[in-house]
Ligand binder design. Sequence first.
Ligand code: F6P
Length: 540
Amino acid sequence: MPHLFSPPPSPTSLPAWSRLTVLAQAGLPHLAQLLSEPALRPAPVSAEGTGLTLDFSRQAIDGSVLDALLALATQANIDGQREAMFSGQVINTTEQRAVLHVALRGTPGATGDAAPWGGAVQQRVQAELDRVCAFTQAVHSGQLRGSGGDTFTDVVNIGIGGSDLGPRMAAEALAHLTHPSPGAPAVRVHFVSNPDAWALHSVLRGLDARRTLVVIASKTFTTQETMTNAASARRWLADAGLSDAEQGAHLVAITAAPTKSQAMGIGPQQTFTFWDWVGGRYSVWSALGLPLALAVGAPAFRQFLAGGQTMDAHFRSAPLPANLPVLMALLGIWNRNFLGCPTQLLSTYPSRLARFTPFVQQMDMESNGKRVRHTGEPCLAETGPIVWGGTGIDGQHAYFQLLHQGIHRVPVDFVGVLSEDTPDLPLATEHHRVVNLNLRAQAEALARGRDTAATLAALRADGLSEDEAQAMAPHRSFAGNVPNSILWLDALTPARLGALVALYEHKVFTQAAIWGINAYDQWGVELGKTMAKAMETQTG
Ligand code: F6P
């Protein structure tokens, strides 16, 4: 296997970076003008693949900027770095690990071409995935039961960070496939991450211990928050009259440290594992996806994985100008490094995607919140943006005022779904129309704004006197020129959700590859943990 990966140079040394600097200094027409004069825009200003469509027509770029951004991707050897990842090379340089969450999606594509990560990894992945799916089906069919012979009605997943955010986000995004949807599995899946007692109590208080499966999800099986909740859940089982032996049927461990879960008395039959080359924030595809499989069923979980795989194939094969992850990464770099925007708003419109932003916050900021390059040298370019946001339709009534009339320029990624799938609600179509109308209107308003002349005309049309209109105009005008993209899913299905998650994973990868940083370690979380331990010792 050719050695593909070598730490890239600082992007500031690349010719394309200098070109982009010149273009940024020269400035571009206002987005209102760019949108009104198609000749000024790059062609095309949208890209699609895997059932997702990226409309980047409202990004503050022209043809020259896009060409320079694409040149930056080439000069940063994105293709070579990507293939280094897919072929299992050590790109997590500080932990000397490969980064192979892409292998968890299963065999690459229908073509059956040999997995770039090799047959040994493929077999281990496939075997554990089959265990996860078999266990899921055994719980759903009633073949697997509690210690007293009762079928399971509830699953409680105890985990935090990557051992919670991904499965929890996906279970909520696919709520139409989860209990008590018609035809859905008969188990309710609950998620607890916060060690605040109320978080666990509020879940357990309504459950029957004899019909509850407790999943302890932790890659390291040492995380204090998770272990605190796990101990309390075991106490809850015991207080319900389950002996240590009986508890075994109600406990599952998901970890990359099975010796630790075994020491807790959880046997191999009830333990699902994954590997150190799977980062926590990239682990929803692994056995950590068990709670998602229990929520939506094994077939839907496999469809989710297959969706991620379609995005992998797109990422590896689509030419850069039509490559969704590369385009999103480059637009983010233009906004972050050249337009000087330190934050990125992620604004999802479907209510079922409410947890997508918190999920991406860990993926993006725990990956690219770095200040030194692979080489240990300080970054000469800014790196990961502050990712924030949530459901956009609520944001319009909360913080969109700042986007429209504040002093910060905040690029926005809007995420919407084109088809409506809510059953049994007679006016669902109208609901859907209102949601997507608002998404489109916000994208336009932020890009185009409304200048003083247009505001004066509007105020006069509203019947204000000339003095009143002149007085109000500064308060009622909109600067606009806020760069934004709309990412459309054609439907909210397991496969489309998988493609969406993989898209963001590869966007984060591509930005890190250009900045020359390691997206796959997280030493920054260690100091807080050691401080907590030291303070614990001091206070006893
Ligand atoms: O936040 C630090 C971190 O290590 C994350 O990277 C990880 O997802 C989370 O804590 C939980 O870790 P574990 O799965 O080992 O409990």
